[in-house]
Design a protein around this ligand. Structure first.
Ligand SMILES: [Fe+2]
Ligand SMILES: [Fe+2]
Length: 160
């Protein structure tokens, strides 16, 4: 059995992950507009990962017999002033998600909900990488390298 507080937060987290998916789709489209196709591809892959996170939580809810509806997902822009601004939005989104998982883990622990607490471990580890990736992308942009040339360094700098 999943504890009631964790159940509520897990269902909310499906919406949060799908909103992150939408945010990254928007950032990918921004880079497409700029003809920065390598950056666009990178953020499209991030978007797919976020949808995967949503699916992972959905599978856990179903395995545990939880009833829920799929959430409404927030709107996301497809234009930004600069690449840096787009990446800052991604970084803020990752930091928010980290805080959401911390709150979830606290709720699960307080409820003695070990199965949820254990399940969350993967996400908490994943967030360390996600935050590191965004910090690395900001370093790449701040290096002053031309954004088209920077595409050749993206995967390595992001550690993927
Ligand atoms: Fe995620
Ligand atoms: Fe993420």
């Amino acid at each position: 059995m999943i504890s009631e507080p964790a159940k509520k937060l897990l269902i909310a987290q499906v919406a949060n992950e799908l909103s992150a998916h939408q945010t990254y789709m928007g950032i990918s489209l921004y880079f497409t507009r700029e003809s920065l196709n390598g950056w666009a591809k990178f953020f499209h892959e991030q978007a797919v990962e976020e949808a995967g996170h949503g699916s992972k939580i959905i599978a856990f809810l179903i395995d545990n017999g939880v009833e829920f509806g799929l959430p409404q997902v927030g709107a996301a822009p497809t234009t930004y002033k600069t690449a840096r601004e787009a990446i800052e939005v991604a970084q803020a989104s990752e930091r928010r998600v980290t805080a959401q998982f911390e709150a979830l883990a606290n709720a699960a622990r307080e409820a003695g909900d070990n199965r949820t607490f254990q399940f969350l471990g993967w996400f908490i580890e994943e967030q360390v990488e996600e935050e590191r990736t965004m910090a690395a992308l900001l370093d790449l942009v701040d290096s002053g390298m031309n954004l088209f040339q920077a595409e050749d360094h993206l995967e390595r700098v992001a550690g993927e």
